[in-house]
Design a protein around this ligand. Structure first.
Ligand SMILES: Cc1ncc(COP(=O)(O)O)c(C=O)c1O
Length: 430
């Protein structure tokens, strides 16, 4: 056994001793990552992979981009956190306000979970009603509210929400309503029925890998406007990824509030709530008074290191051709993945948008969470593991495409998709 493989095995054992389940909670993939550069990563055993995990999305411009690392190095030498205002956070807020149609004002936090939790609270504070409508399978972080009907194993009747975690108070069920994604008629009926109790509606403009069907987001916008209910777009994934102006620009529907994360922190812990001035005013006691005020404090909010990393990333993404290149990379990878699996005899449905997508082992069509459940997850897991053997690293549920992926990465990956698919077909037991 080589020394590097031993180092990795040793780390895996040590992880089991000190980390619950032997991991950081994010993935059980038995690999310890040592470093990343551009579109590639290396593990502690020295194996190299084309990386489609991208830190679960933040590294849209690639790992260790020189412009991002230079900005970070310069800031680290000048102090790493101040709590009080700093110029970089103000500039990042300006950039967000310029880029996103719904954003008049921005409040920074450190994670997408926090951003979603506060966005829902902000909607409730503005509307003075308690219930939030979400869509089954929609990911809005790990708060008590976010974990309602995110991954229900035995989905129940709509609009009853079900907890996906131990430890969530029973009372939370009464404050969440759940609707099937892409089903405008059911959403409209629920909103009409509950409008007087609803504080807000939260939705991922593209829910996981499900693009909205034409008219769905537009219809949600119309009915929420009719009743004056804040519409929240969770753009933690889609913000600055589907387009510089996020999912709201890509799909052409403007919410009242959006949440951002991942890309805007350039690989550091930074997320944000952005929205209409009238709603964001609830974060300003002087404007709304003590009763309507929503306090929100975070030790690392708007941290200057994260802000400079985010600003540098956005500068790179803003250059002409950046999104064309990411989308072009994605289209080539999508075609290679689909062809590899279909040529090996699998019935698959590739779903998403070119910047993030994956193959589900089902015939489709895929419009909502229950359709997604039809995918053969065990087969997808084995395919993902086989891809690692061929030098491609992805999560079990998504391929994230980066600006840094180059022709060599794409060539290697397309060959890996075909080879892993053939192997999967050979070893298929069912
Ligand atoms: C759509 C969406 N919202 C919220 C979150 C939570 O973000 P974080 O992991 O930064 O708490 C995620 C995380 O993947 C997400 O995909």
């Amino acid at each position: 056994m080589s020394a590097t493989v031993e180092i990795e095995l040793d780390l895996e054992q040590r992880a089991t001793a000190v980390l619950p389940a032997g991991n950081l909670g994010n993935t059980s993939t038995p690999i310890v990552i040592r470093e990343g550069k551009g579109g590639r990563i290396w593990d502690e055993a020295g194996r190299e992979y084309v990386d489609f995990l991208l830190g679960s999305g933040p590294m849209l411009v690639g790992h260790a981009h020189p412009e991002v690392t230079d900005a970070v190095h310069a800031q680290v030498a000048r102090g790493t956190t101040f709590f009080a205002n700093n110029a970089h956070a103000i500039m990042l807020a300006e950039e967000i306000v310029d880029a996103l149609p719904c954003a008049d004002k921005v409040r920074f936090v450190s994670s997408g979970t926090e951003a979603d939790l506060y966005a829902m609270r902000l909607a409730r504070a503005f509307r003075r009603r308690d219930k939030i409508l979400k869509f089954e399978g929609g990911y809005h972080g790990m708060s008590d509210y976010g974990l309602m009907s995110l991954w229900p194993q035995r989905p129940g009747n709509f609009p009853q929400a079900a907890p996906d975690s131990a430890g969530i108070p029973r009372s939370v069920r009464d404050d969440m309503l759940v609707c099937p994604y892409n089903d405008l008629t059911t959403a409209e009926n629920l909103i009409r029925e509950y409008h007087d109790e609803l504080g807000g509606v939260i939705v991922e403009p593209m829910q996981r890998l499900l693009p909205p069907v034409p008219g769905f987001l537009e219809g949600l916008r119309a009915i929420t406007s009719e009743y004056g209910i804040p519409l929240i777009f969770d753009e933690v994934v889609t913000g600055f990824r589907l387009a510089y102006g996020g999912g709201q620009t890509y799909y052409g529907v403007t919410p009242d509030i959006c949440t951002l994360g991942k890309v805007i922190g350039g690989g550091f812990p930074l997320a944000a709530i952005a929205g209409r001035d009238e709603i964001m005013a609830h974060l300003d006691r002087a404007r709304v008074g003590a009763d309507a005020f929503m306090p929100q404090i975070g030790t690392l909010s708007g941290n200057p290191v994260a802000a400079v990393a985010g600003l540098a990333s956005l500068r790179i993404l803003k250059r002409p051709g950046a999104y064309e290149r990411i989308f072009d990379n994605g289209r080539q990878l999508w075609a290679g993945l689909e062809a590899g699996l279909k040529d090996a005899g699998f019935t698959v449905c590739v779903t998403g948008e070119p910047v993030m997508f994956d193959a589900l082992f089902t015939a489709g069509p895929l419009k909502n969470y229950r359709d997604m459940m039809a995918g053969d997850a065990a087969l997808a897991k084995r395919f993902t593991a086989m891809l690692r053997e061929h030098g491609v690293f992805k999560s079990e549920s998504k391929i994230y495409v980066s600006l840094a992926h180059d022709a060599a990465d794409i060539k290697l990956s397309v060959a890996a998709f075909a080879a892993a698919a053939k192997e999967l077909a050979r070893t298929r037991t069912d």
